[in-house]
Design a protein around this ligand. Structure first.
Ligand SMILES: [Zn+2]
Length: 211
């Protein structure tokens, strides 16, 4: 992983397994298909809503859908950082980002600053702080708190079915054991459809872009 960490083009910061897919799963497929290397950093393993081992396995299965869709030659790394679910510290994430020595050619995906989940907000703040060290581009994605303002859309119409299939690999979150009755897959695609209307396509992912 050490060597790989220095070569990726795209870094996706996922506070929990499944945030990556919900927030920017379609965009990740497009980066991979374009030949860009993607590293997904799972800051926690989501142990507040299931077992860490199970959720890491689900993250691998879900991202396998992305790589299968993008093509055999694509490169996607998964990095499980094992911070504590529910107690992610912005400074710790900012320090981690500083250690990666990011360049202005690299792109970071992170939740947005007004996300209602404390871990998501901490990661968003860390991305902003770390831009004080290096002017990488940041795309802030939405999970369960929609953005109030959007300045970047990605048309994922042709990838929507793959995205929903990927979300469904997070079975522990869908089966209602921990959060009964929450249809994450349906909800995420409903938001993508809503964004599609604004973007002039069927399904879209929406972002707030910094820099
Ligand atoms: Zn999350």
């Amino acid at each position: 992983m050490e060597g790989y960490i220095n070569t990726f083009d795209i870094l996706v910061l996922a506070p929990h397994p499944d945030d990556d897919i919900i927030g920017c799963g379609g965009s990740i497929i497009q980066h991979l298909a374009a030949g860009q290397q993607v590293l997904i950093a799972y800051l926690t393993s989501g142990e507040a809503n299931g077992s860490a081992a199970e959720r890491e396995k689900e993250a691998v299965a879900a991202t396998d859908i992305l790589t299968q869709t993008a093509g055999a030659a694509c490169v996607l790394g998964r990095w499980f950082c094992h911070m504590k679910d529910g107690a992610v510290q912005a400074q710790a994430v900012a320090d981690m980002l500083r250690g990666l020595k990011l360049s202005s050619d690299q792109v970071v995906y992170a939740p947005h600053l007004y996300d209602g989940h404390g871990d998501h907000k901490a990661v968003a703040k860390a991305a902003v702080t770390a831009r004080g060290y290096a002017r990488f581009k940041v795309y802030m994605y939405e999970v369960w708190t929609p953005l109030q303002e959007v300045n970047h859309f990605v048309d994922i119409t042709s990838l929507a079915l793959r995205k929903v299939e990927s979300i469904r690999r997070h079975q522990s979150q869908l089966q209602g054991r921990v959060l009964p009755g929450r249809e994450f897959d349906v909800a995420a695609m409903a938001l993508a459809r809503f964004r599609g209307v604004a973007a002039g396509c069927k399904y879209a992912e929406a972002f707030w872009r910094l820099g």
